[in-house]
Design a protein around this ligand. Structure first.
Ligand SMILES: [Zn+2]
Length: 290
């Protein structure tokens, strides 16, 4: 599932490519992926130009020149691919649609711009969505009221992190990291990577963590997200950033997807267990349960 670094990679890429462009045509191939009525699409989207790209948690917000914004959640398998005569930029769920000819069978929505470029919203499993929403609703007191702080914002500090965690002191730390109301944007990959780096067992209850554990985890989360962002988000073979470079984070993942391979810290094999109903990668020697 695309997490904060992947969505931020999309935001940065599209920010270079679509700002100022006017939408002149919209094709909705799968109506449940874009639940607005066609009259709303005609009225609020056609003729509007892109003003700004924003992100909150794992959600991408395309501010338009009108009172509206296009809001996109990639969920499990969503991806966005921008194509013009010079560039191709795709990010999100890593599969062949990022580089293959489009539209393909996973294409759900197509936005066409007045310079003859196109933005494809592809989503194999159809959990993702695109919606037109009024800008005034997209605030932390409305649409995003259930979302916690953004880990890469300067105002997110150790004290904030600690107080967010303590609201759920009897929860396992892995479940807490996945809970978007505690901290926004982290999913399974970055939860496992952060916990490994901080040497904390994912099943540890928050109440059992020391101040030192929480401080290490705080630093690890920031480090892991920043590293991934530098590498263009997580990847597999076909992941491309705005300049056509393949993202390569997962090649450097320390623990996620490395089941059976030696821990890069101690050499013990990484194992996969289940925590908070998610497959969880850990080193039992480095990440001991208290
Ligand atoms: Zn280890």
């Amino acid at each position: 599932m695309p997490e904060l670094p992947e969505v931020e990679t999309i935001r940065l890429g599209l920010d270079e490519l679509i700002v100022g462009k006017t939408i002149d045509q919209v094709l909705v191939i799968n109506p449940s992926s874009f639940p607005n009525k066609s009259v709303e699409v005609d009225r609020y989207l056609i003729g509007a130009s892109v003003e700004k790209l924003k992100r909150r948690a794992k959600i991408l917000i395309i501010d338009l020149s009108t009172e509206y914004a296009l809001v996109i959640h990639l969920k499990m398998t969503g991806q966005l691919v921008y194509v013009n005569h010079q560039h191709r930029f795709g990010a999100g769920h890593p599969n062949d649609s990022l580089v293959g000819s489009l539209p393909d069978k996973s294409t759900r929505v197509i936005l066409h711009f007045d310079d003859n470029s196109t933005l494809f919203f592809n989503d194999q499993r159809k959990f993702g969505w695109v919606k037109i929403l009024p800008k005034y609703l997209l605030t932390d007191t409305n649409f995003f009221k259930l979302y916690g702080p953004e880990p890469l914002q300067k105002k997110f500090n150790l004290a904030t992190f600690k107080s967010q965690l303590l609201k759920h002191s009897k929860t396992s730390i892995k479940a807490a990291l996945l809970n978007q109301s505690i901290i926004a944007g982290i999913g399974n990959i970055y939860a496992d990577e952060s916990l490994w780096l901080a040497r904390i067992h994912p099943k540890s209850l928050i109440i059992d963590l020391t101040d030192d554990d929480v401080a290490r985890l705080f630093k690890s989360i920031i480090a892991v997200l920043k590293l991934s962002l530098q590498k263009g988000g997580s990847t597999s073979r076909n992941y491309l950033d705005a300049k056509g470079n393949k993202g390569n984070y997962l090649k450097f993942a320390n623990v996620y997807g490395r089941e059976g391979q030696p821990c890069l810290n101690c050499g013990q094999p990484i194992i996969k267990i289940r925590v908070a109903s998610r497959g969880t990668h850990i080193c039992l020697k480095c990440q001991q349960l208290k």
